[in-house]
Design a protein around this ligand. Structure first.
Ligand code: GLN
Length: 274
């Protein structure tokens, strides 16, 4: 009798243990073991036809100042990141729907965008400029754009400016998905002028457009680039701003700036111009 009782108790204990084990297996979170890295991987997205900020090299690797900068921030702040290519006009929606965590894509900080996403402090000062074919001497200022065709990249500040000139001067606007296609249209004669960020247009001329394309006129608009995160993600934003500050202090920012632009950055960058 006593033996039978003991046996029954053993069986019950075994059953209880089995139930407990099955119950545990139901959770989605894997159990944390000592030393296991549980840092989440943050998705960083950009549109990669924007050299020298982001482009794809001959091995298919993403390269550029933005790529190096976000890697330096990730290193300084112990963040794990993975890179993702997206259309420029898809970046803000992807942040809003939390499909990505960070966008670094030569993205101009502007009020309309600040209503949708949150920006870091500025890390680069840019501006819009017009570019035409080398043999074009008709266009030197916005007023010359009456009846002319402007090529721009979709969703960009250049596209907004072109829209303004369409209304103001009766220009025509052709919109493309990538900056490569924008310049191709100009070179092929499908457009009279490109409105794009000056450092990128300058880089295009130096690397591919020498003797074919030239910049004309003054800067149409001054702009600052910022790193964007999903609106309200203050924890990540603070981490990025703190990271920007660290890479500024430790000289890494200046090193990368020099490497990609050939000059030392203005004193205030990254940070707000006073
Ligand atoms: N700086 C421009 C903007 O934010 C263009 C950016 C880009 O084409 N990557 O609209």
């Amino acid at each position: 009798m006593k033996k039978l009782f003991k046996l029954g108790l053993l069986a019950l204990t075994v059953m209880a243990l089995m139930i407990a084990a099955v119950g545990c297996g139901g959770g989605e979170e894997p159990a944390t073991t000592d030393g296991e890295d549980t840092t989440e991987t943050l998705t960083v997205a950009f549109e990669p036809t924007f050299a020298p900020f982001e482009s794809t090299d001959e091995n298919g690797e993403f390269v550029g100042f933005d790529i190096d900068l976000i890697n330096a921030i990730a290193e300084a702040q112990d963040m794990k990141i993975e890179l993702k290519s997206l259309g420029f006009d898809g970046l803000i929606p992807a942040l809003q729907s939390a499909q990505i965590d960070i966008a670094i894509s030569g993205m101009t900080i502007k009020p309309e965008r600040e209503e949708k996403v949150d920006f870091s402090v500025p890390y680069y000062e840019a501006g819009l400029i017009m570019a035409v074919s080398e043999d074009n001497n008709e266009i030197t200022k916005p007023e010359d754009l009456a009846g002319k065709t402007i090529a721009v990249q979709i969703g960009t500040t250049g596209a907004n400016k072109a829209q303004e000139y369409k209304e103001q001067y009766g220009a025509k606007v052709k919109t493309f998905n990538t900056t490569d296609l924008v310049f191709m249209e100009l070179v092929n004669g499908g457009a009279d002028v490109v409105i794009n960020d000056k450092p990128v247009t300058k880089n295009y001329i130096e690397t591919r457009g020498e003797g074919k394309v030239k910049m004309v006129g003054d800067l149409l608009e001054g702009e600052y680039y910022g790193i964007a995160v999903t609106e309200g993600n203050t924890e990540l934003l603070e981490k990025i701003n703190e990271g920007l500050n660290k890479v500024k202090e430790n000289g890494k920012f200046g090193e990368l700036y020099k490497e990609w632009f050939g000059i030392t950055p203005p004193e205030y960058l990254p940070g707000n111009p006073s």
